[in-house]
Design a protein around this ligand. Structure first.
Ligand SMILES: O=P(O)(O)O[C@H]1O[C@H](CO)[C@@H](O)[C@H]1O
Ligand SMILES: O=c1cc[nH]c(=O)[nH]1
Length: 235
């Protein structure tokens, strides 16, 4: 058992989906995995292992924000031997041509977090990026499933409630698709410890238009994202 995950060695698969919400982890495990077993309830951050098309896959809640996501990705890789992580998250769209329910793969992750500035003494603006093989597989899977997948950069923000919404317009000018709160930390941790990571997101809110998903849209949109994530992680 690690500090934040109550699993024994071998309980967690080498391939892990990482939703922020532990209840989404439960829903994914119960809806998609065969024979899911809950291996941790520490802090209510649920984790499950089952199989998808005969391959062992785990689904682990990672919480909200980069400190939390860093803890779970660090322990999964370093204490449980996890090799591939795919974040399965919700996001707020910044571009006009994105709509609720659209699915995004984050090729890179700009961030206002200070974590990487501290790592590099403020001397380098490290660029957290997706693993290319996972990204290419996700694009192929989405094509095969006839799900439109928008690939581009996102912002991993420290604050959900921001005092600087004007920065979203500037980021949109630079082609940043959406805002969420974990991808930069997961990409950085995976790079540091030689694991593969990808972030797939469903647009749950439109920042400029003030739109929000209702529960039915959320479920259908999240199903598309989860199926891309599962097919990608077992490839
Ligand atoms: O839906 P999840 O995966 O939690 O992701 C998004 O939702 C949370 C904010 O509501 C943040 O964690 C953000 O990144
Ligand atoms: O971080 C997030 C996630 C969903 N929606 C947002 O507006 N922000």
């Amino acid at each position: 058992m690690s500090v934040h995950i109550g699993a024994q060695p071998g309980d967690i698969a080498e391939r892990v989906l990482l939703p922020g919400d532990p209840m989404r982890a439960k829903w994914i495990a119960e809806t998609f995995l065969k024979d899911p077993v809950c291996y941790t309830q520490v802090r209510g951050m649920l984790g499950f292992t089952g199989t998808w098309q005969g391959v062992r896959v785990s689904v682990q809640g990672s919480g909200m924000g980069m400190p939390s996501a860093s803890i779970y990705s660090h322990e999964l890789i370093n204490e449980y031997g996890v090799k591939s992580l795919i974040r399965i998250g919700s996001c707020g769209a910044l571009l006009d041509d994105l709509n609720l329910g659209d699915v995004i793969a984050a090729i890179g992750s700009a961030t206002d977090s200070n974590m990487n500035r501290a790592r590099f003494d403020g001397l380098v603006d490290y660029a957290p990026v997706a693993d290319f093989s996972l990204l290419r597989t996700a694009a192929d899977v989405a094509d095969r499933r006839e799900i439109a997948l928008r690939v581009g950069p996102v912002l991993a923000a420290d604050a959900f409630y921001t005092d600087r919404p004007d920065l979203f317009d500037t980021l949109a000018d630079y082609g940043v698709l959406a805002v969420e709160m974990e991808s930069a930390a997961i990409y950085t941790t995976a790079a540091r410890f030689r694991a593969k990571a990808l972030t797939i997101l469903t647009v749950s809110d439109h920042i400029k238009r003030g739109e929000k998903m209702d529960s039915a849209q959320r479920e259908q949109g999240f199903s598309d994202m989860v199926q891309i994530g599962l097919d990608t992680i077992i490839a």
